[in-house]
Write a protein that binds this ligand. Structure first.
Ligand code: SF4
Length: 314
């Protein structure tokens, strides 16, 4: 494997196979309820960014139980652990006392090795940061932020409703409290090319982040994006872009995801993305054929800079 893959990293850290279990809170998103925006980001479906998340009307313990059962039914012999991943909408957009109850219920499960919370940079006030820091003394806490792009023009176009400064403030505040930050980037956003994506990635890795999740832009039924003339990436374009981006990720940063699978019932385009296995095989094939390595473009950059004085002298 020529990149720092999440599975390997989790096995190293926790000593066994770790599965992420998607959980839901009853919270919505400030970009949906009118506080920041209405209708949400243009690609976000009304069923939430966590389309696979268990339904929030069940208790966290029940959600965990049924998610674990599904895995254990498939792999009954495996000694494994779990990350409780609060994935739906904005998991820190609700009363802090309720957040505490839900998150504690998850990490009190002895098979849960860590907590992961998906949220927005503008939903991390001091009291939420305090809570997450307290919880991180019990079990590791990952905070996942959907930046998607660092291009402010695109951010407006996709109706993200927060700016890059807000992201910088949030990442620095999380890292200062020892919380691990995972950032989501989307490839194929309207108006963006590969250069824009490299620049977003360079922006992200100039912050103290521990992980990155790459996503393909999906067009889902009922979203604002579905009403536009957006043309999605081809599989070839996506595979080229995502593998090339790995060259710009510092070696210590964990790659949490190289492609996602949108909810098949809601997916309009690109339909090739529904076959996640095929996409992953194409990614693996390109990595093998090119021999490219995570961070290699940064090595080149450093080498060029280090070589500059001698080149000048020569
Ligand atoms: S911030 Fe997340 S949950 Fe909120 S609208 Fe955007 S994608 Fe959806």
């Amino acid at each position: 494997m020529n990149y720092r893959h999440l599975n390997g990293y989790l096995r190293e850290r926790f000593g066994k196979k770790i599965y992420k279990l998607s959980l839901s809170t009853p919270f919505t998103c400030p970009n949906r309820d009118g506080t920041k925006g209405r209708g949400g980001c243009i690609f976000c479906s009304a069923s939430g960014s966590g389309n696979f998340a268990a339904e929030s009307r069940f208790s966290v313990a029940d959600q965990l139980r049924s998610a674990k059962e599904r895995i254990k039914k498939k792999l009954p012999q495996e000694d494994c652990g779990f990350i409780a991943y609060f994935q739906s909408f904005t998991s820190t957009y609700g009363p802090v006392s309720l957040q505490e109850k839900l998150f504690r219920e998850a990490i009190e499960d002895p098979e849960v090795v860590a907590l992961s919370v998906a949220t927005r940079p503008d939903c991390l006030p001091e009291e939420v940061l305090d809570l997450l820091e307290r919880l991180s003394r019990i079990k590791p806490v990952f905070v996942e932020l959907g930046l998607q792009t660092s291009c402010e023009k695109t951010a407006q176009r996709i109706n993200r409703c927060y700016d890059n400064e807000e992201f910088t403030r949030a990442v620095n505040a999380l890292a200062a409290r020892g919380l691990e930050v995972v950032v989501h980037l989307i490839l194929g956003l309207p108006g963006e090319d590969h250069e824009t994506e490299i620049s977003s990635l360079r922006f992200v890795t100039s912050h103290p982040v521990s992980g990155i999740k790459f996503h393909l832009l999906h067009v889902l039924r009922g979203t604002a994006l579905a009403a536009t003339d957006y043309v999605p990436l081809t599989q070839e374009e996506y595979v080229f872009r995502v593998t090339d981006l790995l060259r710009y990720v510092p070696e210590n940063v964990v790659i949490h995801r190289l492609t996602g699978d949108g909810d098949k019932k809601e997916l309009i385009a690109p339909l090739w993305s529904a076959d996640k296995k095929r996409v992953l095989n194409a990614i693996t094939r390109r990595l093998r054929e090119t021999g490219l390595r995570q961070g290699e473009a940064l090595d080149l950059y450093m080498l060029t800079r280090d070589d500059m004085p001698s080149l000048r002298l020569g």
